[in-house]
Ligand binder design. Structure first.
Ligand SMILES: [Zn+2]
Length: 224
C-alpha cells in the first residue's frame, strides 16, 4: 500500500515538473510587456536600457550623431560618435577577411518610428506590428546606438545564414557591440530573435555580456 502511494506521488511530481518546464515561458498572468512603463531619465547614457517597459521621450535626440562612411552603409546612416567609429572599424576589419557588413538601419527618430509602427499595423495588423516592430519611444534605434546590418547575401532578414553572421557572433563584442535580441531570451528582451540587430555598449561591457551570455536586461540586473 505504502509503495503504491509513493509511486503515485512520484508520478504526480514528475508530471508537474514536465508541465512546469514546458510552460515556463508562457506568462499565465498576462504579458508583462508594455505594462508599468517607465520614462527614461538619463536618455543619453551610453548604457541606457530601452525596451517595452522603458521609454524614451518624444523630444529625445541623441548627442553627437555622425554619418557612417558610405563604404559601410546604405545611403545616409547616422550613429552616435562612439558607435559610428567602432562600427566603421568593425566593418573595415571584416572587409580584410573578405566579408561585407553594411548598415541598413541605424538612428531612427521618435516620429519616424511612429510612422513605421503605424505602417506595420495598417499593412499587417496590430499583432504582427507588436511582434516585429516597436512602439515609438520603445525602439533602441532612437538612441543612435543600435544598428541593423546585412551581409554579403544582401538581405538583413537572412543575415543568420551569412558568413558575416558567424564572424559577428565571435567578434562583435571586441568592437563594443552585442547581439541585442538573442534566440531563447525573448521572454527577457520582449523582442523576437533578431540576428541582424546590434547595440553598442562599449568594449568592456560587451565583453562581460558576451562571456556571461547576458542580455542588456540581465546585465543591468546584475551589474547596473
Ligand atoms: Zn533593429
Amino acid at each position: 500500500m505504502k509503495l503504491k502511494v509513493f509511486k503515485s506521488c512520484y508520478y504526480i511530481l514528475l508530471i508537474l515538473f514536465i508541465l512546469l518546464f514546458y510552460t515556463k515561458d508562457i506568462h499565465l498572468f498576462g504579458n508583462k510587456f508594455y505594462k508599468n512603463i517607465k520614462i527614461i531619465k538619463e536618455e543619453d547614457d551610453m548604457l541606457v536600457l530601452v525596451n517595452k517597459n522603458n521609454k524614451l521621450t518624444k523630444s529625445f535626440v541623441p548627442p553627437f550623431l555622425e554619418k557612417i562612411d558610405k563604404k559601410y552603409a546604405h545611403d545616409e546612416k547616422y550613429l552616435r560618435k562612439e558607435a559610428r567609429v567602432s562600427f566603421e572599424k568593425l566593418s573595415r576589419d571584416a572587409k580584410k577577411k573578405g566579408l561585407s557588413i553594411t548598415a541598413v538601419s541605424t538612428y531612427r527618430s521618435f516620429d519616424y518610428q511612429e510612422g513605421l509602427f503605424k505602417n506595420y499595423v495598417k499593412e499587417k495588423g496590430k499583432k504582427y506590428a507588436l511582434k516585429c516592430s516597436a512602439k515609438p519611444g520603445h525602439s533602441e534605434h532612437q538612441t543612435g546606438l543600435a544598428i541593423d546590418v546585412e551581409g554579403s547575401n544582401k538581405d538583413y532578414n537572412l543575415f543568420a545564414d551569412s558568413l558575416e553572421f558567424n564572424w559577428m557572433r565571435k567578434n562583435a563584442h571586441k568592437y563594443g557591440f552585442i547581439l541585442r535580441y538573442p534566440k531563447g531570451k525573448e521572454h527577457i528582451t520582449g523582442f523576437k530573435y533578431e540576428p541582424w540587430h546590434y547595440r553598442y555598449v562599449g568594449i568592456d561591457v560587451a565583453t562581460i555580456m558576451f562571456e556571461e551570455d547576458l542580455t542588456l536586461e540581465e546585465w543591468k540586473e546584475k551589474y547596473g
